[in-house]
Design a protein around this ligand. Sequence first.
Ligand code: PGA
Length: 242
Amino acid sequence: MKSLVLNHKMNFNYDEVNEYIKNINDVKSNKINLVICPSFIYLSFFKYNNYYLGSQNVGMMEKGALTGEISALQLKKIGVRYCIVGHSERRMLLNETNEMINKKINHLLDNNIIPILCVGETLEEKKASLTFDIIKEEIDRAFSNISNIDNIIIAYEPIWAIGTGMVPTNNDIFITIKEIKDYINGKYSTKLKVLYGGSVNSENINVLEDINNVDGYLVGGASLDFKQVKSMITAMEAKYDS
Ligand code: PGA
């Protein structure tokens, strides 16, 4: 079953999120795995009967004197099942390193939360044909000394496609996802799900749905618009039925 992961980022005020919840609580799909990742402060507002709850980040330790941090155990106890890690916004704007990402993944897996590891290249790296080298390094360093990697999901998010309206061609996405899957299969002897993320919306999802090795999408901007969320679900369900 494909996943649709909605990353709200740092959006929605109190009234807006309550309005969104009213709509989303009516959504039911037994054909896609819907995951909603709101801001931390709203996580417990969501009644996750029809969808799963995801977090946008996690701290690196279980508990203790770490002002402002949130642990995987705390998230697990309020029903969080997934967590985005290594998003390029955190890597680039908040100096999140591969070592920190590795610790977060370890901590999440210890608490049975599924990490969604974001990987992807900048435009300069793409132009220099470095896409796969970058991704390989991000994967290897994130997976270092982790025994149960079977429970990790990868999100391939070209940095130049995030929030820009630019989307790689279907063929480019297919090739990169194939490289990721083949690499993980070869080196780690396991098959992981790989999502695509970067400017996915209700207009282009029909075209993206023609790529046959994508296991779903990580959606930012369009996830804030409930009408678009509904259309994206409809498009994915139609593909599932065909
Ligand atoms: P976008 O963001 O859909 O707004 O491009 C995707 C993401 O950052 O996960």
